[in-house]
Design a protein around this ligand. Structure first.
Ligand SMILES: Cc1cc2nc3c(=O)[nH]c(=O)nc-3n(C[C@H](O)[C@H](O)[C@H](O)COP(=O)(O)OP(=O)(O)OC[C@H]3O[C@@H](n4cnc5c(N)ncnc54)[C@H](O)[C@@H]3O)c2cc1C
Length: 596
């Protein structure tokens, strides 16, 4: 049975020592939050993740969800009880708005707790995760009455939420969606159509399910300009706001799938179900994007979460499994063989995963701090910068972190040899569960196109320019820090190469959009590498200062060693990405379609 220990020390290092969690406590919204409270939350969350969610991960994988003849769905043994504990302990309302019953904690703390949920049980974590996204969408687009009706119950976890975009013929290209909405004449609509692949679409853990559904109002324009967003509850509400009559929305089947078996992926049939418009007619995508952006960060976190738990198990195994001798001579003379951690190639896989996880975590928490500052600083200029950064970083967090996490999770499986391929050790589940993160919420290729085609150019390229200025100022500030010059040199070089790639795409992407399309994933990886290098440089400054102060906590030298690995062995990937971008579209597009 695989194990999981929440990396609380690393989380505390990021929050308190590197990323300035305490800056947030000066805002009115967080005036009652302090470092001790944050640590207490991390401690409690780690217990829930380790003791309740972790043991259920394998159960969820083996049992999966069961659909019954009446369309109801039962979640795996233990899920319902764990969800009850989650709501009773207030975990679903941790960072939610106090106006609707939330606890109002910073999102930066929420992301740490969510990382623990997703590492310990990704399929389970999706139920509250999707609800969180639906809450945000209703908060942004809902009427005051809709907010009062739905938000308190969703924040308390009594009701969960879903996201209904995909239809059989329409995935990436939402402009083709057919689900229709017919006005009833009383402000409500009849929603009819079929949605597929709907995560948490039907289950037995909550009293009601609030579906957020994209549909086209009769007579609306074709394409994305005619899409509206509706709330369609599983149970219509009675006059007291409690679940009443059943709405004609049901689960037609659940998918047999590669991973996340504990999460019900449903075909949802809407048969003139009653729905309520959120936001303006035909402007539904705008509100849905609030949920999608939230979910994209959540999916990046899923990747990191799987990479972390896979790493922890691989590290334990590598120290325990004995095979062969160290190249430099036996290390374990009294045993038949040395532990496989002596082998440089096993080390390479562990180091790569560790160096990715620690910087990926920093990137996610740093992005999350910007979301907190955007909402609560009350400083317009800062809020604009935060919005710019979040726009730029969201495709990187979703696309780059999950691409990389797939590689690292497979590397950790590789460390188990054949024992990684069989189910007994649990490594296969981490790989299978993680695979979906590269696909849903906009496949990673689409994230890269969003980055190159929209986010880079937005506001005249302001986001990247601001980030470049911030990095330049950081480099200037630390230029005399000799002991960590490898970090500063690496970051400076990354910035130059990224700028070269940006210029190339600007000059050549306009003349032939296929140049931009062919280089977009490489560019997303370059921005991912550069931002992780920035995170490593920030961590190195703090760790080196602690060492210089005389700290004897091995945590700090370990940070420097891990960060050096990233700078020296992972950052050079920038060169190959840049070279590929500069070949343009020609080698990619040359072959006739018939030749494939
Ligand atoms: C387990 C699971 C859970 C899911 N949960 C939900 C959910 O809760 N709600 C929901 O609405 N949906 C959900 N989805 C659907 C998921 O978001 C879609 O599968 C995904 O967006 C891709 O759509 P598609 O499968 O139709 O692929 P397609 O859109 O057919 O894409 C196929 C391939 O072509 C590429 N491609 C398509 N268009 C372009 C383009 N213009 N340029 C470059 N490449 C392109 C894509 O990147 C992809 O690699 C889920 C799917 C799964 C498998």
């Amino acid at each position: 049975m695989p194990s999981y220990k929440a990396p609380v020390r690393d989380m505390q290092f990021l929050l308190h020592e590197v990323l300035g969690f305490e800056d947030l406590t000066k805002y009115d919204a967080f005036s009652e939050v302090d470092a001790d409270l944050a640590d207490a939350v991390l401690e409690q969350a780690s217990k829930f993740a380790e003791e309740v969610l972790t043991p259920l991960n394998v159960v969820g994988d083996h049992e999966g969800c069961t659909r019954h003849a009446d369309g109801s769905v039962t979640t795996p043994t233990g899920f319902k009880d764990a969800y009850k504990q989650m709501t009773e302990n207030g975990w679903t309302s941790l960072s939610m708005d106090p106006e609707y019953g939330g606890q109002g904690m910073p999102g930066m703390l929420q992301i740490a707790a969510s990382e623990m949920w997703t590492s310990s049980n990704m399929a389970f974590a999706m139920y509250p995760g999707l609800t969180g996204g639906a809450i945000k969408a209703i908060q942004v687009g809902g009427t005051p009455e809709q907010k009062q009706t739905y938000l308190p119950k969703m924040m308390s976890g009594e009701w969960t939420g879903t996201m209904n975009l995909t239809e059989p013929h329409c995935g990436t290209d939402l402009g083709m969606l057919k689900t229709k909405a017919v006005p009833n004449g009383d402000g409500t609509y009849k929603i009819s159509g079929q949605k597929i692949f709907i995560s948490a679409g039907e289950h037995d853990m909550a009293d009601n399910i609030v579906h957020l559904v994209l549909a086209r109002i009769e007579g609306a324009p074709a394409g994305t300009k005619g899409i509206s967003l509706f709330i369609v509850p599983k149970f219509k509400l009675d006059e007291n706001g409690n679940p009443g009559e059943r709405n004609p929305v049901s689960c037609g089947s659940i998918e047999e799938k590669m991973g996340i078996h504990g999460n019900s992926t449903c075909v949802m049939n809407y048969d003139e179900a009653e729905g309520y418009l959120i936001g303006d007619e035909n402007k539904g995508l705008r509100v849905m994007f609030v949920m999608m952006n939230e979910a994209r960060i959540g999916v990046g976190l899923q990747g990191l979460g799987q990479s972390e738990v896979a790493y922890q198990n691989a590290a334990i195994y590598a120290k325990d499994r004995i095979q062969g001798r160290a190249l430099t001579g036996p290390q374990n003379a009294d045993k038949q063989a040395d532990p496989i951690i002596v082998h440089p190639d096993v080390r390479r896989m562990l180091m790569e995963t560790k160096a990715f996880n620690e910087a990926g975590r920093a990137l996610l928490y740093w992005a999350s701090k910007h979301e907190d500052m955007e909402k609560h600083s009350g400083d317009e200029k800062l809020a604009e910068k935060c919005d710019d950064y979040l726009g730029l970083l969201t495709p990187v967090v979703k696309g780059y972190l999950t691409d990389m996490s797939m590689k690292t999770t497979i590397d950790c499986q590789q460390i188990f040899g054949g024992h990684g391929f069989v189910e007994e050790w649990g490594m296969s589940q981490f790989v299978r569960d993680n695979r979906i993160a590269l696909i849903y919420e906009g496949a990673n290729g689409i994230q890269a196109l969003d980055l190159v085609g929209r986010k880079l150019a937005r506001n005249g390229g302001r986001a990247l320019m601001t980030l470049n200025q911030e990095i330049a100022a950081f480099l200037a500030e630390n230029k005399d820090n000799e002991s960590i010059s490898e970090f500063m040199d690496g970051l400076g070089g990354a910035q130059k190469k990224l700028t070269e790639a940006t210029m190339w795409l600007m000059q050549n992407g306009m003349s032939d959009p296929n140049n931009a399309g062919a280089g977009s994933v490489d560019y997303m990886h370059m921005l991912g590498l550069a931002t992780l290098a920035y995170m490593w440089a920030k961590m190195a400054v703090v760790a080196q200062a602690k060492i210089d102060e005389g700290s004897n906590d091995q945590f700090y030298p370990n940070k420097i060693i891990t960060g050096r690995y990233f700078m020296l062995r992972m950052l050079p990937m920038l060169d190959s990405h840049l070279a590929k971008i500069k070949t343009g579209a020609e080698p990619v597009m040359a072959l006739e379609a018939a030749a494939f």
